[in-house]
Design a protein around this ligand. Structure first.
Ligand code: PXP
Length: 239
C-alpha cells in the first residue's frame, strides 16, 4: 500500500505569514526522503493553500508520484494536461467549504466529467474520482472510464470508535466491488494514527492519501527537536 502525503497544509502555514516558509516543495522532498510513496497537492480555485508555482515546482523538481487533486474545471484540466502528473484525483469543490466535504456525485455529473477523464487518461494520467463507498457511485465511476477511485473516508474517520467498525466494513465492501470492476482503489480524508489500521487492512486498497493529521502531528513530534536546537544556538551565542 502506497502512502501519498498531502502537503496542502504546509502551504496553509506559509500563507498565514505571507512569506516563503514553510515551503510545500521542501515538504514534498522531506516526505519522499522519509519514505512516502507519493505526494498529493490540491490546487483549489481560490488558491487558499497550494499555489500554481508550488505544483509546477513539485512536478519539475521532486522525484515523486505526484497526485494532482483538482476540480473538473477547464482551468484545472488544462493545467493538468500541461503538467502531466502521473496521477490526478478529481474532487468536488465548493468555495465556502473548509475542506472537501464529500465525494463527487458521479450519478448526476454532467458530460464535462467524462470529457475531463477522457482528455487526461488519453495523456496517460491515472485519473481517480473521489467518491463515497456507495455501489451505484462506484459502478458509474467505472462506466465513466476512470482508472481509479478514491474512497472518501471522512465519515468513517470522524465517527465514534463504536461506529467505526461497521463503516470500515462498508469501505471493505466498496473496495471489493471497485476492484471487481477493474478500478484501482485508493482511500483518504481524515485518517490518523487512531483510524488508519482498519483501512490499511483492506487488501484491495492500494493507496492512502493523508495530509492534515500528518502535518499537524509533525508540529508536536518535531517541536522538541526544534526547541532543543534553538536552545543550543542561544547557549552557543552566549558562550
Ligand atoms: N483525499 C482527498 C480527495 C482530499 O480532498 C483530502 C483533503 O485535501 C485528502 C485525501 C486528505 O485528507 P486529510 O488532509 O484529512 O488527511
Amino acid at each position: 500500500m502506497r502512502l501519498s502525503v498531502n502537503v496542502d497544509h504546509v502551504a496553509t502555514l506559509r500563507n498565514a505569514r505571507g512569506g516563503v516558509f514553510p515551503c510545500p516543495v521542501e515538504a514534498a522532498r522531506v516526505a519522499m526522503a522519509a519514505g512516502a510513496d507519493g505526494v498529493t497537492m490540491h490546487l483549489r480555485e481560490d488558491r487558499r493553500h497550494i499555489r500554481d508555482r508550488d505544483l509546477e515546482r513539485v512536478a519539475a523538481e521532486v522525484d515523486t508520484r505526484l497526485n494532482f487533486e483538482m476540480a473538473a474545471t477547464e482551468e484545472m484540466v488544462a493545467l493538468c494536461e500541461r503538467l502531466r502528473p502521473p496521477a490526478c484525483c478529481i474532487v468536488p469543490e465548493k468555495r465556502e467549504e473548509l475542506t472537501t466535504e464529500g465525494g463527487l456525485d458521479v450519478l448526476r455529473a454532467g458530460p464535462y466529467l467524462a470529457e475531463s477523464i477522457r482528455r487526461l487518461a488519453g495523456l496517460g494520467i491515472e485519473v481517480s474520482l473521489f467518491v463515497e463507498p456507495d455501489a451505484a457511485q462506484i459502478a458509474r465511476t467505472a462506466e465513466l472510464g476512470a482508472q481509479a477511485i478514491e474512497l472518501h473516508t471522512g465519515t468513517y474517520a470522524e465517527a465514534s470508535a463504536e461506529a467505526r467498525p461497521a463503516l470500515a466494513a462498508k469501505h471493505a465492501e466498496a473496495a471489493r466491488l471497485a476492484r471487481s470492476l477493474g478500478l484501482q482503489v485508493h482511500a483518504g480524508h481524515g485518517l490518523s494514527y487512531e483510524t488508519i489500521a482498519p483501512i490499511a487492512a483492506i487488501p484491495e486498497i492500494s493507496e492512502v492519501s493523508i495530509g492534515h493529521f500528518l502535518i499537524s502531528t509533525s508540529v508536536f513530534e518535531g517541536l522538541p527537536v526544534a526547541i532543543k536546537r534553538m536552545k543550543g544556538l542561544i547557549a552557543a551565542a552566549r558562550g
